[in-house]
Design a protein. Structure first.
Length: 318
């Protein structure tokens, strides 16, 4: 049996190109520190991270003459325990904040407007699940199942007006519960199947809510994605791999405004792709037919998407 503990601590001004900071305004700066503790035993891994950050929303560097802005404590604790070589349990506890993006504050287009009064979103989440992975003589497969819950204060959500434009707003208190199931298999080194299903119950639980509807706008309660790929590989020659991929997406209907008067209908779309790659020559070519059945589709905020489309892409790696 092996075990160990790793400790770490870091302070200073954090780089603005960190993923968690890309969402903030370009003039915002962060001053804070991060503490990290990791523990490893025979079948158990535990990771905890605590971070203090102070945000100067006025546009000058935190800690200077203008004074510190809002300060937040964020943290995460995750654990993974292997019951067997194939089956492991996972759990995560999270506390996080999300400042409004530049587009959310000031708008992107005439149809997607901003809200300069947006507050910083804060919340916590917990998820618990299991992952199973095994390999047989001709088959490799994996299956994951998770249940999760999330509470948020001043959630940044979007609503659609009767005039047709979309605008973000803060939901005083929001509650999410749901489940996710995903799986993948590869058979005979020629067939790949992948799928993911999410059920979500997004509710506005604000004490001052004035509407009967409590569903948060523009969030589908059921989303499913599936993909089937037939492929072959080549030991020698110009091509290393050639495959045909068929994928499908289902998104359940959703309300588009807090009152629940505007409804975005359920949607189904399908794509087909041809993918050819060569490791030796460092390239991948993709030809994709998007929305094969030319269905009427809407994006995540309810705006119309193009019909059937054809795409050709070439990727080079050096």
């Amino acid at each position: 049996m092996t075990s160990g503990v790793d400790l770490g601590f870091e302070t200073g001004t954090l780089a603005l190109d960190e993923p968690s900071l890309r969402r903030t305004r370009a003039t915002e700066h962060v001053l804070g520190g991060t503490a990290l503790v990791a523990f490893h035993a025979d079948r158990l891994d535990v990771l905890t991270l605590v971070r203090l950050s102070c945000l100067d929303v006025a546009g000058s560097e935190a800690g200077r003459a203008s004074g510190l802005g809002q300060c937040f404590v964020e943290g995460r604790a995750g654990a993974r325990y292997g019951l067997t070589d194939e089956l492991e349990l996972r759990a995560n506890l999270l506390r996080a904040v999300r400042p409004p993006t530049l587009g959310e504050r000031y708008g992107v287009t005439a149809g997607t407007r901003g809200n300069s009064a947006l507050e910083v979103e804060q919340g916590g989440a917990f998820d618990l699940g299991a992952r199973y992975e095994d390999t047989l003589s001709f088959l490799t497969f994996s299956l994951e199942a998770f249940a999760f819950a999330r509470l948020a204060d001043d959630l940044i959500a979007y609503q659609r007006s009767a005039l047709g434009y979309v605008r973000p707003y803060n939901v005083g208190q929001a509650r999410f519960v749901g489940t996710e199931v995903s799986g993948a298999l590869d058979a005979w080194r020629h067939l790949g199947v992948r799928g993911h299903v999410t059920w979500l119950d997004p509710r506005d639980v604000s004490s001052g809510r004035t509407t009967t509807n409590d569903l948060i706008p523009l969030l589908s309660r059921l989303t499913a994605v599936g993909e089937v790929e037939g492929y072959t590989t080549f030991e020698d020659g110009f091509l290393a791999r050639l495959g045909v991929v068929g994928s499908a997406l289902y998104r359940g209907g959703r309300v588009a405004d807090p009152a629940g008067l505007l409804i975005v209908p359920e949607q189904f779309s399908a794509d087909v792709s041809l993918v050819a790659s060569s490791v030796r020559h460092h390239f991948t070519t993709r030809f994709r037919i998007e929305n094969v059945f030319d269905a009427s589709l809407l994006d995540v905020v309810g705006y119309p998407l193009p019909g059937r489309a054809y795409w050709l892409a070439l990727e080079l790696e050096y």
